[in-house]
Design a protein around this ligand. Structure first.
Ligand SMILES: CC(C)(COP(=O)(O)OP(=O)(O)OC[C@H]1O[C@@H](n2cnc3c(N)ncnc32)[C@H](O)[C@@H]1OP(=O)(O)O)[C@@H](O)C(=O)NCCC(=O)NCCS
Length: 164
């Protein structure tokens, strides 16, 4: 499949554009490492979860490649109805943030999901994750409701939704 999507990120100090490509099992180690750098241990996925998503034909797993380095990745899955999808995770390594990488990953996932007939994209985000909230609101996601204890006792999430 063609998942190439170039975002003009002239603001980035290194002036480099991410190349968005499909993730494969050969990216497994990178995905685990990036996830550990982006999330605390209790929230990071384990290798088996990544392996399952990478092998799922109803999931789109994308890597943002900058000069041969994985700067971030996203995973989204189609739900059984086929009309709805979930953004399972989105990670951008700290040095590459605020340069359009996250937006490029979401846009490429949106493109893939639209092509398979999905109409709405859902996600869960920690209510205290201000950066991600600002990011998702800016992309047109709206809060649907609070999911109490979603990440464990006292750790709530917002369920967010965007029409694709
Ligand atoms: C959230 C995340 C994916 C954003 O990735 P990114 O590559 O920095 O996003 P972009 O550069 O495409 O940002 C697009 C816009 O989102 C908003 N935004 C992104 N990060 C923000 C922050 N820290 N504070 C405020 N607004 C922010 C800004 O409006 C930004 O545009 P601007 O830089 O021109 O102001 C990244 O911070 C990340 O990986 N965080 C850790 C993991 C995580 O929380 N993932 C989401 C969990 S559900």
């Amino acid at each position: 499949m063609d998942t190439t999507y170039d975002k003009d990120n002239a603001q980035h100090p290194a002036m480099m554009k991410p190349r968005i490509r499909s993730a494969t099992l050969s990216d497994l180690t990178s995905l685990v490492e990036i996830d550990r750098m982006c999330f605390t241990e209790d929230l990071a996925f384990d290798e088996e979860e990544f392996r399952r998503h990478l092998s799922d034909s109803n999931a789109v797993s994308l890597v943002a490649d900058i000069s041969g380095t994985a700067a971030g990745f996203s995973i989204a899955t189609l739900e059984h109805s086929g009309r709805e999808a979930t953004l399972v995770t989105l990670d951008v390594l700290p040095p590459y943030r605020r340069s359009g990488v996250g937006s490029a990953l979401v846009e490429a996932a949106r493109h893939w999901l639209l092509g398979r007939g999905a109409g709405r994209l859902f996600l869960q985000v920690d209510t205290s994750n201000e950066a991600a909230l600002a990011f998702y609101l800016g992309l047109g996601f709206r809060k649907v409701r609070i999911l109490s204890g979603y990440y464990g006792r006292g750790k709530d999430a917002y369920l967010m939704r965007k029409n694709l």
